[in-house]
Design a protein. Sequence first.
Length: 324
Amino acid sequence: MRALPFAQPGRFYRGNLHTHSTRSDGTLEPEAVVGLYRDAGYDFLSLTDHFLPGERFGKDGVAFIDVTDTTAFDSDGFVTIPGAEIHGPALRNGEPWHFVVVGLPLDFPRPNDAETGPEVARRAHEAGAFVSVAHPAWYALTLEDVRPVLPVCHAIETYNHACLGVDRADGWYFLDELLGEGARLTAVAADDAHFKHPLGLTRDALGGWVHVRSESLAPDALLAALKAGAFYSSTGPELRDVRFEGDELVVTSSPVETSRVSRPHASRSPSGGNSASSASPSATTGVAGPGPTRSGSRGSDRSRRPDPVGEISSSVDIWSSGCC
Ligand SMILES: [Zn+2]
Ligand SMILES: [Zn+2]
């Protein structure tokens, strides 16, 4: 569990793994969505339009029956990874499943009416995709729903920026429970942008992302790193180094006011050794001086820096289950 991505070769690349376009229920054309993220300084994007049976999102009488090919919009220093949000029956509450799958082959067959959500997720996993469970709080996903599907899932979406508008953005409680049971999953922060928020076109965009450690910006390399857990998630701060020095966890980040290292209250992992390679910064802007924050790894700890008068506060949460 101490193979943190910061010590691995390469550098971090910033990307968004969950976004929609006019290929489903978003308002911007795919090229415009790609351009928005490229211009915002991201390194990569996966356009994950809803991929459904039938012709629900057909436009001008033309049904979208294929995974959206965005690779024509790649440019120097910016790549796209084909993906989709897939659905199918059904949660215990009757809602269809929502899985975000990144790294789909372009000929991945569209879900059919006979498939359940978990069956489509399994197909995506077998096709090589990085599979995350989308916005668990938004549609009241339960642990009973998800446990049987975990073998084909890599991550839980612990922050969904679009769901912030309905107070259902946070999925950490859900991941904590699963990790406490011994599951091995990582944490994804993503936008789920549709670009139709009444208060502004990009109000649901550019709010949650991943930093993926890779030796190159090649989509295959990014995908392999995601599946290996070589990434962290953020809604603002940049983590520059996270490493263990004996029993201490040393964190170096962009300017923040506070750093907080936490783990679930009731870790029940029989091995006591879950991955700690994901982090979830919880605020977007910080101004206190950068530098290492040290926390003993034996239990929760909170390290607080001086609060600069009149400056904006932020914090970083780092989850470290089973570190001791
Ligand atoms: Zn969804
Ligand atoms: Zn979505």
